[in-house]
Design a protein around this ligand. Structure first.
Ligand code: HPA
Ligand code: ZN
Length: 338
């Protein structure tokens, strides 16, 4: 392990942008297909990996939804979650706020409660085994209509005590945040936090809608904010956390090369950017690899890496006391690394 790798792995950090279905590794996909007697259109683990060449978000989503088809039972969701947390813990993640896409499962006849019980079991195991805490964020699929999102919110209601917030993911262009203004208002009224993917492929106007119509507490991706100086100024002034995903940006062609990645520009502009892995099984790396790859490509300083890790706790949905505890652990780490 290089000094940089060791520094990154040892750095206490939170992961704020992780789709649990996107952490389904080909090996587990194969095992679950066998266990559940589900046919998958791949002959081998290698064939699955070879299919992971994407030219845009939709290319990826098509294969990501097909992969999720092997997830059937509570045990499957528990195994999926625990596999992610095991990788995250090894990367020095102390806290994770993970997305799940219930509609991907309920539309295949898998009960909402099966998904919830499985994920919560994996989360409890992760806390017991690794001391890794976590929260759940329910994402609405934006290619579906708002009535479907309302139906999902109704199914979630009895679990509100176990769900930190709602999010918005899937195909961005053509599905602006405005489409979900009423269901986000209902989620907010129920006391849930609100986040949304915006400005990954969609224009800055979608980020304004996420702010003004969805009243988001955190912005997922947000890369295209950089096209609008007034928007950047506002996001910085409001202290809005951006959950940036470097390897995802590379694999989905949001950036041509990691050498062009705007992470350090975001920090220089005063944006509260964080580093996350998005769909690590599909994009070639968990959180430490995202830090490492972009640090190397952009020549990030240790101070910048510490800032990114601090932002991950400040931007989390932990209590102020919990945030202070994690920020203090970063201070201790920084002092010992001096
Ligand atoms: N963008 C939109 N939807 C998604 C993503 C993403 O990066 N990952 C999983 N669903
Ligand atoms: Zn995402």
């Amino acid at each position: 392990m290089t000094d940089l790798d060791a520094f990154i792995v040892g750095l206490p950090k939170a992961e704020l942008h992780l789709h649990i279905e996107g952490s389904l590794e080909p090996e587990l996909m194969f095992e679950l297909a066998r266990r559940n007697r589900v046919a998958i259109p791949f002959a081998s683990v290698e064939a699955i990996r070879a299919a992971y060449a994407f030219s845009n978000l939709q290319d990826f989503l098509d294969i990501y939804y097909a992969g999720a088809n092997v997830l059937r039972t509570e045990e499957d969701f528990r195994d999926l979650a625990l596999a992610y947390f095991t990788r995250a813990a090894a990367d020095g993640v102390a806290h994770a706020e993970i997305f799940f896409d219930p509609q991907t499962h309920t539309d295949r006849g898998i009960p909402f409660d099966v998904v919830m019980r499985g994920l919560l079991a994996g989360m409890a195991d992760a806390e017991a085994r690794f001391g890794l805490t976590s929260k759940l964020i329910l994402c609405f699929l934006r290619h579906l209509d708002e009535d479907a999102a309302f139906a999902t919110l109704a199914q979630a209601e009895k679990w509100f005590g176990q769900i930190a917030g709602v999010g918005l993911d899937s195909s961005e262009v053509g599905h602006p945040p405005a489409k979900f203004a009423r269901v986000f208002a209902a989620a907010g009224a129920a006391g849930l936090k609100r986040v949304a993917h915006a400005g990954e492929e969609g224009p800055p106007a979608y980020i304004y809608e996420a702010l003004d119509l969805l009243h988001i507490d955190r912005l997922d991706h947000g890369n295209r904010a950089l096209e609008d100086a007034a928007l950047v100024e506002r996001l910085a002034r409001e202290g809005m956390t951006l959950t940036v995903c470097p390897l995802s940006n590379l694999k989905l062609c949001v950036v041509k090369d990691l050498a062009d990645h705007p992470i350090d520009r975001m920090l220089a502009l005063g944006l509260a950017a964080t580093i996350n892995s998005d769909d690590p099984a599909y994009f070639g790396g968990y959180i430490a690899e995202n830090y490492r790859a972009v640090a190397q490509a952009r020549g990030l300083s240790r101070a910048a890496l510490l800032r990114l890790a601090r932002n991950s706790f400040t931007g989390s949905f932990l209590t102020e006391a919990e945030k202070a505890h994690h920020l203090a652990s970063i201070d201790v780490y920084a002092a010992t690394q001096g």
